[in-house]
Design a protein around this ligand. Sequence first.
Ligand code: PHE
Length: 503
Amino acid sequence: MKRPQAQVAVLQAADAQEDRRIDDVAAEADLKPEAATRAAFELEADGLLAVSEETLEHYELTEEGDQYVRESLPEQDLYEAAIDAGAADGPVQMGQVIGASGLEGGAVDIALSNYARKAYGEIDSGEITANQDADPGSDPEMLALEAVADGRVEDADADALEQLERRGLLDVREETVRSVQLTDDGVTALMEGVEAAETVDQLTPEMLTSGEWEDVAFTEYNVEADAEDVSHGKEHILRQTANRVKDTLVGMGFSEMEGPHADAQFWINDCLFMPQDHPARTHWDQFALEEPEEIGHLPPDLVERVRSAHKEGVGPDGEGYHSPWTEDIARGMDLRGHTTSLSMRYLSGHQVGELDPPERYFSVEKVYRNDTLDPTHLLEFFQIEGWVMAEDLSVRDLMGTFTEFYEQFGITDLEFKPHYNPYTEPSFELFGTHPETGEVVEVGNSGIFRDEVLTPLGVDCDVMAWGLSLERLLMLMYGFEDIRDVHGTLCDLELLRETEVIR
Ligand code: PHE
C-alpha cells in the first residue's frame, strides 16, 4: 500500500496495544504536531487508526492562592484570633478580634464571609463567636491549596478545588489532548507493508519555474477527513458588517463622508439647531475635550447665520429660541455624539464644495456618548449616517430607502414611530424585532432637516437624513443579546470565531 509520507510515519509510530499521544507520535515521526494530527485524521477516516480525545485540566495557584498557601487563609487567622479572644465561650466584639488577627483591607471581608460559610462561628451585629468544634487545621480548601502547590492535585477534594476556583485562588486551564492507536486494519496494513508514495503535497515556486510540476504526482487529500479546529485571526464581524453596509450604500448611489472624531460643538450641535442650553449638551451626555479646548477655525459667515437662526429663527414667520447663544460655546471641542456633524460639514459646502441636488452621502463611523453601560448601550458605537438631498422629498422616500437598505440584511419587519429631534421635522425612529428574544429594538433615528438647519447652510432643497446603529443591526442579523459580546474586553470569543459570515 502506498500512502503519503506523513501518514506512513504516523502509522509506524503508532501502537496497537496502547494509546499514544499525538505529540509523542509527532516527535518520533519527526513531524510537526499539526502535520501528524492531519495525517492521523486521514488514517482514521480510512479505518487504519483510532483517534481519541481527552480534556486535561491543569491547575495553577493564583498570586493570592500562593500567598495563602505560604501563610494561611484569612478565615483561619480570624478563627485563631477569635479563640484567643475567648469567642468560644460567648460573643466578643468584632473590632477587637479583627484588630488582634492582623487582617487588613480586603482580607477582612474575605475572612468574614468564609468564616461564616465554613461554620467557624457566627457573626451577628458586630459580635463574633467561635465554634469550638471547628477544625481550621484541616480546612479542606487549605489542604487542596497545598495539594496543588505540591503537584498532587489528585489528592485534592473536588468540591474544595471548585471553591478555590470560585474564590480566585486557583486557575484551571483546559487542554485537549489527542491520542492514537492502530486498528486491526492498521496492523494488517503495516504487516503487508506500507510505502511512502512519492507524491508531492506542496507546490513550490521552484517547481513552477523549473517546470517540474508537470511530471510529479500530487498527494490526494481526503477533504472529508475530520480535522482539528484552527482558530486563526479573522475580520471581526462588526468590521465585516461595516464594510458590507458601505458596499450596500455605495451600490445605492451614495458617496462616503469622512471627518474628525473630536469636533467643535458648532458642527455637532449648533448647526443642528440644538439650543445651547439643551440638556443633551451637558457633560452628562457628551465628552468634552480639555486639549484643545476649542476649534481653530469656523467659517464666520456660517457662524453668523447659525447664530441668527438660533436667536430669531429663519423666514418671515421664524421663531428662534430667544435664549443666549455664544460663539465660545460653539467653539468648544467634544467627541462627536453623532456623525451628523459630518453631514453638517458636507452640507455646508465647506468639505467638498457646493453641492447640487440630487446628492447622497453616508458614513459608517464611531460616535461617543456618556451613557450608562448596559446590554444595549456602550460609551461608543458605530453609527450609519446618511442623507439624501433632492427636491420634494417626503417621509415615503425615507421609509422606502430604509426598507430597501434593511432588506439587503434580511430585515423585513421594520417599524416606524414618530419622534422628536430639534433638527428634523417630521422625525421618526426605526425599530426591528430581535430574532431570539422577540423584543422590539430601536435601530435608528431619522427625519427631514428643518429650514432652521438648511437655510443657514445655504441649502434650498429638501434633505432627508438618518443615524442608524451598526451594533443594533448586527444584533438583529446574528441574534446576540449583549452588545458587550462583540465589543471590548468581555467579548464572547466563541461567538466572534464561529459566527458565519452572511454575504
Ligand atoms: N443624529 C441622530 C442620532 O444620533 C440621527 C439622525 C441623523 C436623525 C440625521 C435625523 C437626521 O440619533
